[in-house]
Ligand binder design. Structure first.
Ligand code: ADP
Length: 187
């Protein structure tokens, strides 16, 4: 893959967050997770955190302008020689368009999009197991998150596929297996 930033995508329960954190340990790469940024705001009790929580706790997406504004701010801290893995962003077509504009302004671009693929039954089983830990993983909220993903984020997958940027990576097997496949896809 030619140098540039990378978007990591996958439905809720695909292991995307775990994989993005593994990649974050690699020298020269910076991990930007919008979910983590919202949770940090929430812990710190900022107005943005409280606003985001109203959506997250229901399994809904935070409004695009809020999300894009937060990413724009975070990008001010990124050096030119660092490469970014975007985790959980963009999740909607307007976010994808905003990201292209923002990266363009900064002389950057999306070099590739990695989609971690896991079938629906396996996803449901994983989310049920994870349900004990996270407030937004109760069965009802998990279902909602899956539906919202299908409705709003599948079109983003199609968008990147049309641009020839999408690489599909099977999300089954151990964390290390999936990580090795992602590394190979990064080239
Ligand atoms: P996942 O477990 O699916 O990786 P995340 O930790 O990325 O979940 O995100 C948790 C929640 O934060 C989402 O369900 C959503 O409410 C909110 N969120 C995260 N990223 C975005 C985004 N790009 N746009 C809107 N809402 C977002």
């Amino acid at each position: 893959m030619v140098p540039g930033d990378v978007v990591l995508m996958g439905p809720p329960g695909s292991g995307k967050g775990t994989q993005a954190k593994l990649s974050a340990g690699e020298p020269g790469w910076v991990h930007i997770s919008t979910g983590d940024l919202f949770r940090k705001h929430l812990r710190e009790g900022t107005p943005l955190g409280r606003l985001a929580d109203g959506y997250m706790s229901k399994g809904r997406y935070v409004p695009d302008d809020v999300t894009v504004g937060m990413v724009r701010e975070r990008m001010r801290e990124i050096r030119r020689d660092e490469r970014v893995v975007f985790d959980g962003f963009p999740r909607t077509i307007p976010q994808a368009e905003a990201l292209e504009k923002l990266l363009g302004e900064l002389g950057r671009r999306v070099a590739g999009v990695l989609l971690i693929e896991v079938d629906r039954e396996e996803l449901a089983a994983r989310l049920a197991r994870r349900g004990e830990g996270r407030a937004d993983d109760s069965p009802e909220v998990a279902r909602k998150r899956f539906d919202v993903y299908q409705e709003q984020t599948r079109p983003v997958v199609d968008h990147y596929e049309r641009k020839g940027l999408l690489r599909r990576v099977p999300g089954v097997g151990s964390v290390e297996d999936v990580h090795a496949r992602l590394r190979a896809a990064l080239g």
